[in-house]
Each structure stands twice: as C-alpha cells, then as structure tokens.
Design a protein around this ligand. Structure first.
Ligand code: PMP
Length: 445
C-alpha cells in the first residue's frame, strides 16, 4: 500500500492556537485559512528565498502559491531587496510627490499603452473600487455588470457572486453589503456574450461599466473564448458603458505587459481590444503593498484634484512600494524570463497529467503560460459553474498530500499555481514525483 511520510508542523499548530486568541480566525486574510481544505492549522512561514519558503519548524516547501501572485521573481530577489533597503534608508513616506512615482508611471505606461494616466493606490481592492467610482462619475450611471466567479477585491460592490476567497468559503454575498448596493451589480456567466447582451438589453442606460478579468485567475485559470472579449467590448460600447479590465492578477503574469497587450496566445487576439480603465496590483509591487488604476485621459480626468471623483491615500505611491515595483519590472525585462516560466509550467502540466492518467484520477489542467490550475473533474473548465462542479474533497486530499511532501499550493480548488523565475527543472521534477505519490495514495482511498 502506498503511503507518504509526512512532515510534521508542531510549531504551526501552537502558533495557530495562539493566533486564534488575537487575530480573527487566526489569519489576516480568509484565503489563508485551511477552512476549504478540511480545516486545522495553516502553515506559519518564517522565511523565504527564491522558489522556497521555510515554516516555523524548519520544513522547506517549494512555493507555488507565490503569495497569490506577486512573488513572480521568487522570495527575496536580490534586486528587489536592495531597492527596498535603499528606500527604507532614505525615508519611507513623505506625503509629497516623488520623482520615483513618475519613473514608475512611465514604466507601466510603456508596457500598457491604454493607460494615458495612472494613479497609484495600496491594493488591488482599492484600484478596482476606484475604477468603478470613476466610471460612474464619467457616465453618470450607477450599475455595473460583472461575471460570475470573477473576484475583484472586497469592496461592497464587487462582493457579489465573487470567486476566490468568498466562493471558496461559500459566501458569495458577504454579510454587511446592503442589498441596495448589491442591486447595483448584475452578474452574468463568464465567456457568454449572449448573457451580457441580454443584461445590457434589460438595464442598458443604467450600466456605467462592464468589469472583467480578461483572463480569469479566480476560478482557476480560464481563457476567454475566442470572440468573448471582442463581443463584450462591442456590446458595452454600443451601450455607452465603459469597459474595465481587472488585470490585478494578469498584468506582467504571462509576458512583459498585460493581458490586453498579449498577442502571443494562440486562441483569441487579446491585443485587439483596449479597455477604457484598467486595475492593477500584485506583481507591480514586487511583493510590497500596491495597486494602480489608469486609463483614457478624459476618463481619468474625472479624478480629484482635476475632477469631481474623489480618491486619496496616505500611503499611496510610497517610496518603498514604488522602488520594489520598479526593481521588479526591471528584473522582469530579462530576455527569456517569461519563456522560462512557460517551459517550467508546460513540463509541470505534462507531468501532472501523465501521473493523474496513470492512477485513473480525473484531472483537468488549465495552463496559461507560467500559471496553471488543477480541477478534479473530467470536463473542461471555462466558466464558474464548471469550476464549481469539480471535486473539492479530492482537491483537499491532494493539497494535504502535497503539503505533507513539502509542496505548497493555495488551500483552495479555485486558486492557481504560479511559476516563479526562481523555480528550476529539479523543482518541477520533485513536484511531479510528489504528485505521483499523492495520486497513488488517492487512487487507493
Ligand atoms: N482583482 C483580482 C483579479 C484579484 O485576484 C484580487 C486579489 N486576489 C484583487 C482584485 C484584490 O486585490 P488585493 O487583494 O490586493 O486587494
């Protein structure tokens, strides 16, 4: 009988008990809890370097969580670390503009040309929240349309049928969001232009914006079907509604640029469409807190101090986050880096698929360049319903068996695996070997 000798984590157990006394649920973001994978203590990490992190008991893990996306260069990348240290030594916050912010804005604009103007904020949540406010100010309309399972942060308006954390925990509608606010949001299935058009037919002149993850990262990795984004944009524009791309996960994920500038993917011509507004976060902060939003000049001029839409932030554009972001984007310009991520993930995909086949485990892998998601099912996953209709218990079992062997995935069947530039072929081989053992055990369950 196959068995796995699992690593032990007594310190994490103790720390979890202590954390529960002081921090709500023991975690500072619900997606970190193990609630969706059977409960118990999450692993408390102490240190990270490159593709690895080590827990409080000294166990080493190969990290595919990458902090839910930002850590694309691996942990403690020397250039990012140096930039943060330099910023810290020179003062972390002035409450005045700095030259660094201009440099960073130029860097981002050069990679994503739809951004005539940008504004830096502190999180993806803030970025998305503000794009909605700006779209409402510009159009004089109140409602937005979003797609089921897409997660856009935790602001009131987008916590309706959201993916990622909320759906994992089974609370698509958060308590505390007034129904008067939820009624301003219409949710339609991803990848369905027909459903979007039907919603626009019904509420057309009330719709300020259509908000979308151009490539989904929150119910696994899901590509837009050919024609979906083109149809979405055409329908929104006919209706006088703005198109908002939430590129918090996707920007700088697949290539040096965003989903909206990516014409390297086989299927749809993503680069054929320019959104009116874009929200950014995660990777652009190099591992420090950040968000950004931007878009067409005439729309962005709605924002204070130029226009009537208010948005501000004490920490916004702080030198440490901006310096880390600049260093990260510069490092991402290294020739061949994204091809390497792609190759690593392709190898991992092939190995996982072969191992699952060998043990009779139904597994659908959605891979987009250096990211992939594993769905325990035998059907394709191209919308939220299909992502929900997968075996969560099997995922939980797999997650635990991998963790027991020092391979760290996100504790949710809806989250992606992210390659970092620090992962090696050996890491991939070790991960495939661990998955083979895990599937062997699962096949006996
Ligand atoms: N949009 C998307 C697409 C996201 O995946 C996330 C976070 N997972 C957010 C927005 C919110 O970002 P943050 O957690 O930085 O507030």
């Amino acid at each position: 009988k196959q068995s796995i000798e699992s690593i032990t984590k007594p310190r994490s157990e103790v720390l979890y008990k202590e954390a529960l006394q002081h921090i709500v649920g023991g975690v500072n973001s619900p997606s970190r809890s193990f609630k969706a994978v059977g409960g118990g203590a999450p692993v408390f990490m102490k240190r990270g370097k490159g593709a690895y992190f080590w827990d409080e008991d000294g166990n080493r893990y190969i990290d595919y969580l990458a902090a839910y996306g930002p850590i694309i260069l691996g942990h403690a990348h020397p250039k990012v670390t140096a930039a943060i240290c330099h910023a810290a030594e020179n003062g972390t916050l002035f409450g005045t503009p700095t030259e660094l912010e201009i440099e960073f804005a130029q860097l981002i604009k050069a990679a994503i040309p739809s951004l005539d103007k940008v504004r830096f904020v502190n999180s993806g949540t803030e970025a998305v929240m503000t794009t909605i406010r700006v779209a409402r100010a510009y159009t004089g309309r109140n409602k937005i349309i979003k797609f089921a399972g897409c997660y856009h942060g935790h602001s009131d308006l987008v916590l309706v049928a959201a993916g990622s954390g909320p759906s994992t925990l089974g609370i698509p509608d958060s308590a505390g969001v007034p129904s008067s606010i939820a009624s301003e949001v219409i949710t339609v299935p991803y990848n369905s232009v027909e459903a979007l058009e039907a919603a626009l037919d019904r509420w057309g002149n009330e719709i300020a914006a259509v908000m979308v993850e151009p490539i989904v990262g929150n119910f696994g990795m899901v590509m837009p079907k050919p024609g979906f984004l083109e149809g979405l944009c055409a329908a929104a524009r006919r209706n006088g509604s703005l198109v908002i791309y939430d590129e918090v996960i996707t920007a700088f994920r697949f290539h040096y640029g965003a989903a909206q500038t990516f014409d390297g993917l086989e299927a749809p011509s993503l680069a054929a469409i320019e959104p009116d507004l874009t929200a950014l976060g995660k990777i652009i902060g190099g591992g420090l807190p950040i968000g950004a939003y931007g878009g067409r000049k005439d729309i962005m001029e709605q924002v204070a101090p130029l226009g009537p839409a208010y948005q501000a932030g004490t920490m916004a554009g702080n030198p440490a986050s901006i310096s880390a972001g600049i260093a990260c984007l510069q490092a991402l310009q290294e020739p061949g880096l994204y091809d390497r991520l792609n190759k690593l993930a392709a190898g991992l995909e092939a190995g996982l698929a072969a191992a699952a086949r060998e043990h009779g485990i139904a597994l659908t892998i959605n891979r987009i360049r250096g990211s992939l998601s594993t769905h325990f099912c035998s059907h394709p996953v191209s919308d939220y319903e299909e992502a929900q209709d997968t075996d969560g218990e099997q995922f939980a079992r797999f997650f635990r068996l991998m963790l027991d062997q020092g391979i760290c995935l996100a504790p949710s069947k809806y989250e992606a695996w992210f390659m970092t530039s620090a992962h090696t072929d050996d890491d991939i081989a070790a991960t495939i070997a661990a998955a083979e053992r895990a599937f062997a055990v699962m096949a006996q369950d």
